[in-house]
Design a binder for this molecule. Structure first.
Ligand SMILES: *[C@@H]1O[C@H](CO)[C@@H](O)[C@H](O)[C@H]1NC(C)=O
Ligand SMILES: *[C@@H]1O[C@H](CO)[C@@H](O)[C@H](O)[C@H]1NC(C)=O
Ligand SMILES: *[C@@H]1O[C@H](CO)[C@@H](O)[C@H](O)[C@H]1NC(C)=O
Ligand SMILES: *[C@@H]1O[C@H](CO)[C@@H](O)[C@H](O)[C@H]1NC(C)=O
Ligand SMILES: *[C@@H]1O[C@H](CO)[C@@H](O)[C@H](O)[C@H]1NC(C)=O
Ligand SMILES: *[C@@H]1O[C@H](CO)[C@@H](O)[C@H](O)[C@H]1NC(C)=O
Ligand SMILES: *[C@@H]1O[C@H](CO)[C@@H](O)[C@H](O)[C@H]1NC(C)=O
Ligand SMILES: CC(=O)N[C@H]1CO[C@H](CO)[C@@H](O)[C@@H]1O
Ligand SMILES: [Ca+2]
Length: 510
């Protein structure tokens, strides 16, 4: 049996009466005086309800985790930048802080995970990452806004969050945690690198690490398949949406069975040496097939991206991921919107740039700008390791916008940098066959990595609770059990272990 530290109180926890908490909560408006921080609004939420939200991202948020104290505040990070944030402070507090991340180029407070965290009795804090909304235009000529996005918003969230918890509950948080995915995965990685004391345990999924190279690679993916320049004259490279299912079917035909089970899931896409020539059109067959130029497009997609010096820029797209509905973000004919904004507003400072002529020669230039130090591709986690920090990461093998192979690459980088053959003592990467970007997909992609997934609330099935058990109980997760539709379950393995079919089920093997 796994220990269940996660659902018990730690010392210093609070179970106060609602009457006391309501008065205390409302008093914060006047009593809280935190560095660079203005309290905008304080509300006591006594029962489940929907509340309105500021800014352009959402207009309502669901609060199921009540009773809690909702504090809305703004932290001036410099004279030209500020981070808006909220703390959801539950009456029944188990003594823990949970800092949250963001997504894409956002800009959006993560209300779903504020509710999730508060429901699990964390004091949960989320910020807008230093700007409102999902557009990159706010970065133009605003290097401090870029700095908030690249490293600082999550740091001030942790610093001010801890001070607020002390002020409200009268005790410091016994432990602090972080939960985020995608950009949030990169932010969590950046926290471990730059501010190793901020969090005791970091859960950082599907991370957008090596961010400049990731962005360039995403643009090259779009370039490799071209665009339908006009309905009557598409680029000969372009694959219309109707052809991708043909590609996907052939990928499964060639690679689904490699793992021993024909189930639509390619357990290890890095072993899939897909040959698109198999579906090249022939004299007698000209529909549901690829022209030689389209074969070349597809080959480029499934080939690692190398730079002018022959160095790997970014791993290849995972075969199978092109079947995820969000694949159109890279292959729909437009340059990936996040790369376009990042290139326009932080690298080139030209709001009309199209990236149409982006070339592999441009990689060193993007590297040299590295806005705000966003790259987040550094294997030296020694400070985080030495202070006893724990790190859990995961990556869906059908992620359609960030290659899961990059998470292996980051693991190997840390391993080489620290000269540790295995990182098991403090860093574990779970690869999730079938999962898309951060959640969803096929197989068993739900394991408590965010709110709204109906995950089982125990540490064998819930990666956040597993982290709590690791930090507080010393029990590291050997596996994570995911669940999916129709009662599907699967035991997910930590890299470099492999998920192997034993004739009955998939098990983890060295
Ligand atoms: C934050 O900056 C705003 C605008 O510059 C200013 O009005 C406010 O007083 C500052 N707040 C704090 C707490 O420094
Ligand atoms: C909140 O809004 C959702 C729809 O977004 C609705 O299903 C739910 O019943 C509402 N909850 C409350 C407590 O009003
Ligand atoms: C407060 O602002 C100053 C200058 O703007 C900065 O040096 C300091 O780190 C800030 N403190 C926090 C907690 O953000
Ligand atoms: C797990 O906890 C969350 C957060 O409190 C809650 O919303 C969810 O209903 C729980 N799930 C189960 C299966 O108990
Ligand atoms: C664009 O502006 C950023 C600061 O916002 C700066 O770091 C970068 O060097 C600029 N790019 C160019 C090409 O000058
Ligand atoms: C891209 O290059 C072509 C010629 O190769 C040129 O005509 C076009 O103006 C360039 N576009 C941009 C946006 O620089
Ligand atoms: C496969 O693994 C499961 C779970 O560990 C085990 O119960 C079963 O006996 C194994 N089957 C074989 C054939 O080894
Ligand atoms: C990460 C991401 O972009 N996810 C999108 C996938 O597609 C669905 C439906 O179009 C969107 O709602 C998600 O935001
Ligand atoms: Ca399979």
């Amino acid at each position: 049996m796994r220990s269940l530290t996660a659902l018990t109180l730690v010392s210093g926890a609070i179970q106060a009466s609602a009457v006391d908490q309501q008065a205390k909560c409302l008093g914060l408006q006047k009593s809280l005086h935190l560095e660079n921080t203005t309290i905008l609004n304080v509300a006591y939420i006594a029962a489940p309800t929907n509340v309105s939200t500021p800014g352009s991202c959402q207009s309502t948020a669901v609060v199921t985790a009540a009773p809690l104290c909702r504090v809305q505040f703004v932290i001036n990070t410099t004279a030209t930048s500020a981070v808006h944030a909220e703390a959801w402070l539950p009456d029944t507090w188990f003594g823990r802080m949970l800092g949250l991340g963001n997504g894409g180029l956002g800009g959006c407070i993560d209300y779903s995970n504020l509710d999730y965290g508060a429901g699990l009795h964390f004091a949960a804090i989320s910020s807008d990452n230093g700007h409102d909304g999902n557009s990159g235009s706010v970065f133009l000529h605003h290097p401090e806004v870029i700095n908030d996005f690249a490293f600082r918003a999550v740091h001030v969230e942790a610093v001010i969050g801890k001070q607020m918890i002390l002020a409200y509950y009268g005790k410091p948080a016994a432990k602090s945690y972080y939960l985020g995915c995608s950009t949030g995965g990169r932010q969590g990685t950046q926290a471990a690198l730059k501010f190793p004391d901020d969090f005791d345990g970091i859960v950082a999924g599907s991370p957008a690490t090596d961010f400049n190279h990731l962005s360039l690679w995403q643009a090259f993916m779009s370039h490799f398949v071209g665009a339908p320049t006009s309905p009557s004259a598409p680029s000969p490279k372009f694959l219309p949406a109707s052809l991708w299912p043909v590609v996907s079917a052939e990928i499964l035909r060639q690679c689904d069975g490699l793992d021993g089970v024909v189930d639509g899931i390619i357990t290890e896409p890095d072993e899939c040496l897909f040959r698109p020539e198999a579906i090249q059109c022939t004299a007698g067959s000209t529909t549901n097939c690829l022209t030689p130029i389209q074969v070349e497009s597809v080959k480029n997609v499934f080939t690692p991206l190398f730079g002018i010096d022959g160095q790997l820029v970014y791993p290849r797209y995972s075969p199978g991921a092109e079947a995820d509905p969000n694949m159109s973000q890279l292959f729909g004919g437009e340059v990936f919107s996040i790369t376009l904004d990042w290139g326009r507003f932080t690298i080139l400072n030209d709001s009309t740039a199209t990236l149409a002529n982006l070339s592999i020669q441009d990689v060193p230039f993007w590297d040299s700008i590295n806005p705000g130090g966003i790259a987040t591709f550094n294997g030296d986690l020694s400070a985080f390791l030495n202070r006893g920090g724990k790190f859990l990461t995961y990556h869906g093998r059908r992620d359609p916008i960030i290659s899961s192979t990059n998470s292996k690459r980051v693991y190997d980088l840390i391993s080489h940098t620290l000269s540790l053959p295995t990182l098991d003592s403090f860093y574990r990467l779970f690869l999730i066959p079938g999962m898309g970007h951060c959640s969803g997909g096929i197989g068993a992609p739900s394991f408590g990595q965010s709110g709204g997934l109906n995950a089982v609330n125990d540490s064998a099935h819930n990666i956040l609770l597993a982290m709590v058990d690791w930090v507080e109980g010393g029990v590291a997760p050997e596996t994570i059990i995911g669940s999916g539709t129709g009662g599907a379950t699967r035991t997910h393995c930590r890299y470099p272990m492999r998920s192997v079919f034993n004739g009955t089920v998939f098990v983890c093997q060295d």
